[in-house]
Design a protein around this ligand. Structure first.
Ligand SMILES: Cc1ncc(COP(=O)(O)O)c(C=O)c1O
Length: 430
C-alpha cells in the first residue's frame, strides 16, 4: 500500500515554517499546533455539551502529557485523566486543580493511591478488588473521603488491533461482568464509608471506528446500573465510556466526528433509559488520540538514501522507534512529505527507516519526489502516543517538543540531554 498524504503535512505548524523550526530546534522534533489543539478541544466540548447535555469531556493524558498540554486542556474546560504518579504530578504542574484530575490504572501503587487521596482528585477509578480496601484504608488514615468510579469490563471486543482492545473478554482491565466480581465490588465499595461510589467506567480500546461499539457499551453499563440498583439500592450518577475514538489514518479510512460520537452515545442512552427506573446519569468520555494526534507533526532529517538488495529505495531518518514506536507496535501508518516540496510530483516509492538497531521500519512505501540527504521530512498526525511512549533505546535522547502558534514557537519539553541519560548509570571505576 502506498502512502502519500502531503496535503495535511505542514498545515498544522501554527503558522511556522517547517525548515525554520527544524533548523532552530533541531530534529527529531515534535511540533504541536496550539490553535488547532484548542479548537479541537472546544469542538469536543461543544458536541458533548450541546443543548444542555449533561456530559464531561476528559483529556486522556496518556496520549501526550506535558505540563503545557495539561494546562491547555484545563483552560479549555476539560478534566484530565492520569494513570501514574508522573502523569498526576505533570497535570498538577500544568496548573490542573486536583479536583479536575481522574486517576486510572490497572495496578496503582500505594504511592499513587496515597497521592490521589492527598491531593483530593476528582475520582479514582478502581480497577480490581484489593484496590477497594487499599484506597479506603488510605482515605481513612488521612481522614478523607474519596470519590470513586468502578471500572467494568463489558466484554466488548471492539474492532481494532488486538493489542489496543481493552474491554475484550481477555482484557486485564476492570471488574468482570461474566461473574459476580462487579456486583461484589459495588457492595464492597458501598461498605466503606471513606469511599463515595459515583459511578461506573469502561474503556473499549483505541482507534475505534464503529460507533455501535459505544452504543453496546452504554447498553451493558445501564443494564449493570439497573442490576446494581436492584440489588444494593445504589444509583450511579456517572457513566464513563472512556475514549478510543479513531482518528483518520494514512490508509484513508475516515474518522468519526466528535459530533457523531456524541450523538451516538446520547441516542444510545435515550434508547436504553426509556422505561428504565433509573435517572439519566452524567456521561463522561475520555478521548486522548482524537484530541491531540492531528495537532502534532514530527520533523526528521533524512540522513541516508540507499537502494536495498531487493531493489527498494530506502531513507534513514535521524529518529525512529524511540520517538515513535507505533509503527513497530501496531503497524500504524502516517502521512509523510518532504518539507518545502509538498506539492512536487512523486518520483517513486520509498521505505523510511529509523536509525535504530532493529528493522525500525517507520513508514513503508511512501511516494516522494526524489528525496535528498539533508532534507527534512514532515510526518503528520504524530501528536498522540509518540512522545508519550518515547524511550532511550540505543541510548538516544528523547526529542524536544514545541508548541507553535501564530507564527512563533516555544519549547514545552526540552530535548533530553545525553548527560541526563548517562547520569543514571552508577559510575564505574576507570
Ligand atoms: C482508561 C482510558 N481512557 C481513555 C484512553 C484514551 O484512548 P484514546 O487515546 O484512544 O482516545 C485510554 C487509552 O489507553 C484509556 O486507557
Amino acid at each position: 500500500m502506498t502512502t502519500h498524504n502531503s496535503e495535511r503535512v505542514g498545515e498544522r505548524l501554527g503558522g511556522c515554517d517547517a525548515s525554520t523550526l527544524a533548523a532552530e530546534f533541531g530534529t527529531p522534533l515534535l511540533a504541536i499546533d496550539e490553535v488547532w489543539l484548542r479548537a479541537r478541544m472546544q469542538r469536543f466540548r461543544a458536541a458533548f455539551e450541546r443543548e444542555g447535555r449533561d456530559a464531561c469531556v476528559t483529556y486522556a493524558g496518556k496520549a501526550l502529557l506535558i505540563a503545557a498540554i495539561a494546562r491547555i486542556a484545563n483552560e479549555e474546560g476539560l478534566y484530565v485523566d492520569v494513570c501514574s504518579l508522573g502523569e498526576l504530578e505533570t497535570a498538577l504542574r500544568g496548573g490542573v486543580p486536583a479536583e479536575r484530575c481522574i486517576v486510572h490504572g490497572c495496578y496503582k501503587t500505594r504511592d499513587e493511591l496515597a497521592a490521589a487521596v492527598h491531593h483530593g482528585v476528582r475520582h479514582v477509578v478502581i480497577d480490581h478488588e484489593s484496590e477497594i480496601a487499599a484506597l479506603a484504608d488510605l482515605a481513612r488514615d488521612a481522614s478523607r473521603r474519596v470519590d470513586v468510579l468502578l471500572r467494568l469490563n463489558p466484554s466488548i471486543a471492539a474492532r481494532t488491533h488486538e493489542l489496543i482492545q481493552t474491554a475484550a473478554p481477555a482484557s486485564k482491565f476492570g471488574f468482570s461482568l461474566a461473574d459476580t466480581q462487579a456486583i461484589d465490588a459495588v457492595r464492597a465499595t458501598l461498605a466503606r464509608k471513606e469511599l463515595r461510589l459515583s459511578g461506573i467506567h469502561c474503556h473499549l480500546g483505541s482507534q475505534i471506528h464503529e460507533l455501535q461499539a459505544y452504543a453496546d457499551a452504554i447498553d451493558v453499563m445501564i443494564s449493570f446500573s439497573e442490576i446494581a440498583h436492584r440489588q444494593t439500592g445504589v444509583r450511579f450518577e456517572i457513566v464513563d465510556v472512556g475514549g478510543g475514538l479513531a482518528v483518520g489514518d494514512a490508509d484513508g479510512r475516515a474518522e468519526p466526528s466528535p459530533e457523531a460520537w456524541a450523538d451516538a452515545l446520547f441516542a444510545a442512552l435515550d434508547r436504553r433509559l426509556a422505561g428504565s427506573p433509573l435517572g439519566r446519569p452524567r456521561l463522561y468520555v475520555e478521548p486522548g488520540r482524537s484530541l491531540v494526534a492531528a495537532a502534532g507533526t514530527t520533523l526528521y532529517r533524512i540522513g541516508v538514501r540507499k537502494r536495498l538488495p531487493d531493489g527498494r529505495d530506502a531513507l534513514i531518518v535521524d529518529g525512529g522507534m524511540s520517538d515513535n514506536p507505533r509503527p513497530a507496535l501496531y503497524g500504524a501508518r502516517y502521512g509523510v512529505s518532504i518539507v518545502g516540496r509538498e506539492s512536487d510530483a512523486p518520483t517513486g516509492s520509498f521505505t523510511i527507516f529509523g536509525r535504530h538497531c532493529e528493522t525500525d521500519r517507520l513508514f513503508p512505501d511512501v511516494e516522494l519526489p526524489d528525496p535528498r540527504e539533508g532534507e527534512f521530512l514532515a510526518v503528520a498526525d504524530t501528536g498522540a502516543y509518540t512522545y508519550a511512549m518515547a524511550s532511550n533505546y540505543n541510548r538516544f535522547v528523547r526529542p524536544a517538543v514545541i508548541l507553535a502558534s501564530s507564527g512563533s514557537a516555544r519549547v514545552i519539553a526540552r530535548r533530553e540531554s545525553l548527560d541526563r541519560v548517562l547520569d543514571l548509570d552508577v559510575a564505574e571505576d576507570a
